[in-house]
Write a protein that binds this ligand. Structure first.
Ligand code: C5P
Length: 240
């Protein structure tokens, strides 16, 4: 496939058209933002690490029955993906309480959830990606109730699979954000990325934070944390 014009540029990625109308190329940048773009920086080689981690995790998820937009990795920063229309929803799953839920509801970070907690947010920078419920999503024409049901079913399977995969790497999957898209043929698929930018990942033994919270909270050692996660995913990937 040939790379053509840029269709979209986000905070961490660019999306390019290709000569095949069904396919796009997603380019992973080193840029990092936090707090809806208030804090800005770059994380050295993040784009390379996140592209590879997403490619490997999506490959394993596909093997386990989750439909994704991923086709193949083209080079160290670029993934070939099915063209989708992204639902303007961020789906968040929490297995352990942290971040905004900890602050919003006054629950200590690290408290294990009784059962997985599902949240949806309206993906809209002007409003700071506000937490909404299914009725808001339908009223805003973000998805139908039927599509939401499919999205929740897929999310539940993705959480079970990811929890098990990360546990095998001695990593606690605290929480994560995923996005879904609709292909040109109308299938709902997992899209976007899964990386330390979009997951909270704690070392299972030391509880050390190995994710973007090191950038958000100025903890230092961000590059090393991403390399550590990439190495553990790579080692796991080679065993499956
Ligand atoms: O900030 P909050 O605690 O709600 O984040 C929950 C999870 O969703 C975290 O893993 C975070 O990295 C991810 N997230 C994201 N993009 C956002 C908001 C949250 O990847 N815009």
């Amino acid at each position: 496939v040939n790379k053509m014009q840029m269709l979209y540029e986000g905070k961490a990625k660019q999306v390019y058209a290709t000569n095949n109308p069904d396919l796009v190329i997603i380019h992973y940048k080193d840029d990092a933002t936090a707090g809806n773009g208030v804090k800005k920086g770059t994380i050295h080689n993040k784009g390379i690490l996140n592209a590879k981690m997403t490619a490997q995790l999506f490959t394993i998820l596909e093997q386990r029955g989750v439909a994704t937009h991923f086709v193949k990795q083209l080079n160290e920063r670029e993934l070939l993906c099915k063209k989708v229309e992204i639902f303007a929803l961020e789906v968040i799953v929490r297995n352990v309480i942290a971040g905004s839920m900890s602050v919003r509801l006054g629950i200590a970070e690290g408290t294990v959830a009784e059962s997985p907690i599902y949240e949806i947010c309206y993906k809209n920078d002007d409003f700071g990606d506000p937490l909404i419920n299914d009725h808001h999503a339908v009223a805003l024409h973000l998805a139908s109730y039927e599509q939401l049901a499919t999205i929740y079913q897929m999310t539940d399977i993705i959480n079970q699979q990811l929890k098990q995969m990360f546990a095998a790497m001695d990593i606690t999957l605290v929480d994560f954000k995923i996005e879904f898209g609709m292909t040109l043929t109308g299938a709902i698929v997992l899209a976007d990325e899964i990386s330390p930018d979009t997951c909270r990942l704690w070392d299972a033994n030391t509880h050390e934070k190995l994710d973007k919270d090191r950038f958000r909270r100025d903890l230092g050692g961000i590059e090393d944390a991403y390399i550590e996660i990439a190495n553990r995913i790579q080692n796991y990937y080679l065993t499956v």
